[in-house]
Design a protein around this ligand. Structure first.
Ligand code: PEP
Length: 255
């Protein structure tokens, strides 16, 4: 796929004000990125407003890790897409496996959240992925097709949609699928996007996520349909995360 890679970090439920030095270091290293790599960090909502000041005028972009499916009102404890945008986010992650599994979030809710995000002008990074059991039963592609059909809203602004493929049996472990498996799945996702969106489906970025490290980033990025990476654990370490971003730059340069 052409166009810049999107390298996304996911801090999950980690990070205090004392962690902002890590974000500053990451932002400094992003300054070396040219037009071949875009970088976004998905932060806890509590850090977004202060982070947007800390990284002001840098190339690092910010994202929230979830948003409400409602616009505003009596939804105690929820955070709306508009609030994330107001706090400095340009992106929001929706349907991460930890929310799908631990908070029983289904495709309909994921789609409603994505609609809210897109309506306020955020880019919705929608996560999909199969469980270990589904993989063992040979259901990977069917599960992904279904998640794409029901989680991704039918909106015209497809430039505001990014898909992240994260097999849930990989997240937070040290294992990854084989490169052939990643390539096969990404080809399938692309063909589904083309089927749903016509030629414009070619423009939707598909990220790979799950146990990405500096040691495997380049080989995964070199796979044809991989348009970037979603990085969990390694995004908490500015040096490791920057090294992953640098791989994006060198893979593009070599292409
Ligand atoms: C994630 O959960 O979004 C993720 C990519 O995790 P990790 O890189 O730690 O596997």
């Amino acid at each position: 796929m052409t166009g810049p890679y999107l390298i996304a970090g996911n801090w999950k439920m980690n990070g205090l004000n004392s962690s902002l030095a890590v974000l500053e270091e990451t932002a400094r290293s992003c300054e070396r990125m040219d037009g071949d790599v875009e970088v976004v960090m998905f932060l806890p909502a509590t850090l977004l407003a202060v982070s947007s000041i800390v990284i002001k005028d840098t190339k690092l972009q910010l994202g929230g890790q979830d948003c409400s499916s409602e616009r505003s009102g009596a939804f105690t404890g929820e955070i709306s897409a508009e609030m994330l945008k107001d706090a400095g986010a340009r992106f929001v992650m929706i349907g991460h496996s930890e929310r799908r599994l631990r908070h029983a979030e289904g495709d309909d809710l994921v789609r409603q959240k994505a609609i809210q995000a897109i309506e306020v002008g955020l880019t919705a990074l929608i996560c999909i992925g199969e469980s270990g059991q589904e993989k063992a039963e040979g259901k990977t592609l069917a599960v992904l097709s279904s998640q794409l059909t029901y989680s991704v809203p039918r909106v015209s602004s497809i430039d505001q949609i990014v898909i992240a493929y994260e097999p849930t049996w990989v997240t937070g472990t040290c294992v990854t699928p084989t490169l052939d498996e990643i390539a096969h799945v990404h080809r399938h996702i692309r063909s589904e996007l083309l089927a749903h969106w016509g030629d414009s489906g070619q423009q939707i970025r598909i990220l790979y996520g799950g146990s990405v490290q500096p040691s495997n980033a380049a080989e995964i990025l070199a796979i044809a349909e991989v348009g970037g990476l979603l990085v969990g654990g390694a995004s908490l370490d500015a040096k490791q995360f920057s090294a992953i971003c640098e791989h994006g730059r060198s893979v593009r340069a070599a292409a």
